[in-house]
Design a protein around this ligand. Structure first.
Ligand code: ARG
Length: 285
């Protein structure tokens, strides 16, 4: 397995809440929309793989310019959704849990990402028992005493929430997704820093909405338009928030709160229902 490691460039700008991160990405070499497992995926719409590759490269460069480390996994032919690295697993404190995909079309990505995680110098990498789509449905909030927000309803099974709690020893808060356009938690909620999230309330069941309101009274609430361009599929280092450039109102809200939004155009990947966060798995050592 080739592990390409690119180190941060000297332009790194940390401080004011930002922390350097280690990310895993997968080039969209074989990206296309060949099947439909979410409402975004229309197999009759053409995909420009060259443009997808260019947009993905801009995202990778953005992370490097911010001083983050980006590792790249070798893409596998016939796995067109493998570009969505967030789904490849969950890594906290050097402990990794593999993904087990809900749909057969993506099933082989689980072992491919697990093989990478086993060579990544982590403390452990465990094969998952229950269906879970990695950081697509598991989002970590807070530092060493943090919690895990866990989505269910479309992909990740509730049993996987218990599996994560047991493996990582962190409280897991289950949240029910109700709108098929927001089939993964990371399409409806973004973690901005150790205390703050942004989310689209309508994507959640009434009970889960109430849980989010109690846990995060200061949260940023996205509107329908910004949610519909997957503006919440964002990657934050605590200060810089990389998100869809089309999510202009969310960007303004972020700026108002002292974050620095960085817009990226991932229009080709959006045709498969993915944005910046979907392309990015954080490796927490
Ligand atoms: N086409 C992919 C799927 O439906 C998109 C995955 C997006 N990933 C994410 N982390 N939300 O599975």
């Amino acid at each position: 397995m080739t592990v390409v490691l690119e180190s941060p460039r000297p332009r790194a700008v940390f401080g004011r809440g930002a922390r350097p991160r280690r990310y895993l990405m997968c080039p969209p070499e074989y990206f296309t929309v060949a099947y439909s497992i979410n409402p975004w995926m229309d197999i009759s719409r053409p995909i420009d793989t060259t443009l997808a590759r260019r947009q993905w490269e801009v995202l990778r460069r953005t992370y490097l310019d911010l001083g983050h480390t980006v590792q790249v996994i070798t893409p596998v032919p016939a796995l067109p959704d493998m570009v969505f690295a967030a789904n490849g697993g969950l890594v906290i404190d050097g402990t990794a849990l593999s993904a087990r995909f809900a749909h057969p079309q993506r099933a082989a990505e689980g072992p491919a990402y697990l093989a990478w995680l086993r060579c990544a110098g982590l403390r452990s990498a465990t094969e998952a028992e229950h269906v879970n789509e990695g950081e697509g449905d598991f989002l970590v909030v807070g530092g060493s005493d943090g919690i895990v927000l866990a989505g269910t309803g479309f992909r990740t099974a509730p049993a996987a929430h218990a599996e994560v709690q047991e493996l990582f020893g962190r409280p897991v808060v289950s949240l029910r997704l109700v709108d098929p356009r927001f089939y993964h938690l990371d399409t409806a909620l973004a973690v901005l820093d150790e205390h703050t999230v942004a989310y689209y309330p309508e994507a959640f069941s009434p009970g889960s909405r109430e849980v989010l309101r109690r846990l995060f009274p200061e949260a940023l609430l996205a509107d329908a338009r910004d949610a519909a361009v997957l503006g919440l599929n964002a990657v934050s280092d605590g200060r810089h928030v990389v998100l869809a450039e089309q999510a202009t109102r969310l960007a303004a809200q972020l700026r108002e709160r002292g974050y620095q939004p960085i817009g990226v155009d991932l229009s080709e990947l959006l045709k498969a229902g993915g944005g910046a966060k979907c392309c990015t798995l954080e490796i927490r050592e």
